[in-house]
Design a protein around this ligand. Structure first.
Ligand SMILES: Cc1cc2nc3c(=O)[nH]c(=O)nc-3n(C[C@H](O)[C@H](O)[C@H](O)COP(=O)(O)OP(=O)(O)OC[C@H]3O[C@@H](n4cnc5c(N)ncnc54)[C@H](O)[C@@H]3O)c2cc1C
Length: 324
């Protein structure tokens, strides 16, 4: 059997695409991964998804899944382990079964990189976060620490200064990888205190974060009282399964027509390099009929609602492409 649309990914982008495609009677199949749900499963309250003043991340995903199923999406909580986009219909394989589809939407998301401390995982959603835009609001007039040394850490620090009364920026080296302009902005901010040459070795607290343990190169330990820890050491898109089939950027994010245009404007590539992208479909990848949306494409906005919006755009592009 050949499906019309197959969606890889069961986070906000994939489920939003599924709702639209299912309502258009395209009977999408969706592979939500194992475990399913995506990044929102790692957080507690979400207060910035339109329509909900406050909702648990897991409940929001459950509502999206029910809505997608209600309109006829078939959801498999399974991983796609390989793809063949070299001929149509496209082939997607799980460890047990092969599926054929005329169009594919990839919404495989990304993973925040963590410090890999047991205490950090235990206190995730209880003071430990990887998203200042999402969780900064919970730290009004509190003291927080950001760990990292690149542009992401600078941006997270800048965002947190709008809420917290004091922000420590902790970096394990004595120089930052971030762009000079961002570093200067942070250095000038009176709410920020830099702690260089220090690593976070533990997060202290039972029910919520109380302090962090730091270690410097001279093996001296130091405890710093904080209400929150923001880990800003980077994100990794979940694109390995399509890495040989599609064009990805230097960091592994999928390039769509829209991203190709941005790369062209910013001088990263030449016109000849982006000619394969179809200007009619902003979410189409380097392969006609394969679309991508959400955090596996976007390394700038990274929000549930922006991922959902991109998912909708990809579903409409796929629908139009199938009609044509
Ligand atoms: C700690 C934390 C808190 C956050 N809080 C908020 C918040 O309050 N508000 C907000 O708007 N945003 C928040 N975000 C960001 C938000 O979660 C993401 O922007 C959003 O989930 C991205 O959606 P997505 O669908 O693109 O990807 P994801 O949510 O990452 O979902 C990707 C899905 O693809 C699946 N997948 C991956 N590979 C495969 C494969 N090979 N086969 C099958 N399935 C696969 C995964 O299992 C997953 O289901 C938070 C993020 C984090 C980490």
């Amino acid at each position: 059997m050949v499906n019309k649309i197959a969606i890889i990914g069961g986070g906000p982008a994939g489920l939003s695409a599924a709702i639209y495609n299912a309502r258009a009677s395209l009977e999408p199949i969706l592979f939500a991964g194992s475990p399913p749900g995506g990044q929102l499963m790692l957080t507690s309250e979400v207060e910035n998804f339109p329509g909900f003043t406050s909702i648990l991340g897991a409940d929001l995903i459950e509502k999206m899944r029910s809505q997608a199923k209600e309109f006829g999406t078939i959801i498999y909580d399974d991983n796609i382990v390989s793809v063949d986009f070299s001929k149509r219909p496209f082939t997607l394989s799980t460890s047990k079964t092969q599926y054929k589809s005329e169009a594919v939407i990839i919404t495989a998301g990304a993973k925040a990189l963590w410090l890999d401390l047991e205490s950090e995982q235990r206190l995730r959603g209880r003071g430990v976060s990887a998203c200042a835009t999402c969780d900064g609001f919970f730290f009004r007039d509190k003291i927080v620490a950001v760990v990292g040394g690149g542009d992401t850490a600078m941006e997270e620090t800048q965002t947190l200064t709008k809420f917290a009364k004091k922000v420590y920026l902790i970096h394990r080296r004595d120089t930052f990888r971030a762009s000079k302009i961002m570093e200067q902005r942070i250095r000038k901010n009176s709410k920020v205190t830099l702690i260089l040459n220090n690593e976070v070795t533990d997060v202290l607290g039972e029910q919520k974060v109380k302090a962090i343990q730091l270690k410097n190169p001279y093996e001296k330990s130091n405890t710093l009282a904080v209400d929150g820890l923001f880990v800003a050491i980077g994100h990794k898109p979940d694109t390995e399964v399509v890495s040989k089939a599609l064009e990805l950027d230097e960091k592994g994010y999928i390039i769509t027509t829209q991203q190709a245009a941005v790369r062209l404007i910013s001088g990263k590539v030449k016109m000849a390099d982006v000619k394969k992208y179809n200007s009619k479909y902003q979410t189409m990848t380097s392969v006609a009929g394969v679309f991508a949306a959400g955090d596996c494409v976007d390394h700038i906005y990274r929000q549930a609602s922006t991922a959902a919006g991109m998912g909708v755009a990809a579903s409409l592009d796929a629908e139009k492409w199938l009609e044509e």
